[in-house]
Design a protein. Structure first.
Length: 137
């Protein structure tokens, strides 16, 4: 079995963003894996990796929905926010998920219709990373 590991780095200048990282993950053909699995994992507790449609209306709806579930303000509503203001980002990450696993078939990501991989940033303005781990034959 082959394994391959790579880190992707992001420095989002805004507090929140959704970034399509499918091209970066697809570009890891250097692994040589033709049949297997790829794990894509946000390596920070205020960021997420998820799969969905790359459609701006949906991303807007996610932003509005997440803000209703875990509003950023008032920051004093959260016990975690002692010297910080990111408790909502931890909760948004919990909702959107830590990682995804995608099948690799014939050397390509084996997606359903419209599926893309996204990095969700909920407390940006600093460098964060995503782990891509590929295993298979």
């Amino acid at each position: 079995m082959k394994t391959y590991r790579k880190e992707l780095f992001f420095h989002v200048p805004t507090r929140r963003a959704f970034i399509n990282i499918t091209p970066e993950v697809e570009g890891l053909r250097a692994s040589g894996v033709k049949e297997g699995l790829v794990l894509v994992n946000a390596m920070h507790i205020t960021a997420s990796v998820f799969i969905n449609d790359d459609e701006s209306g949906l991303h807007h709806d996610y932003e509005a929905w997440l803000e209703k579930l875990a509003p950023h303000e008032p920051v004093a509503q959260y016990r975690h926010n002692k010297g910080e203001d990111n408790a909502d980002a931890h909760m948004k990450r919990q909702i959107m998920g830590r990682e995804v696993v995608v099948a690799v078939t014939d050397g390509r990501l084996d997606f359903g219709t419209w599926e893309q991989i996204f990095y969700g940033e909920f407390d940006g303005r600093r460098r964060k990373r995503v782990l891509v781990k590929i295993i298979g034959e």
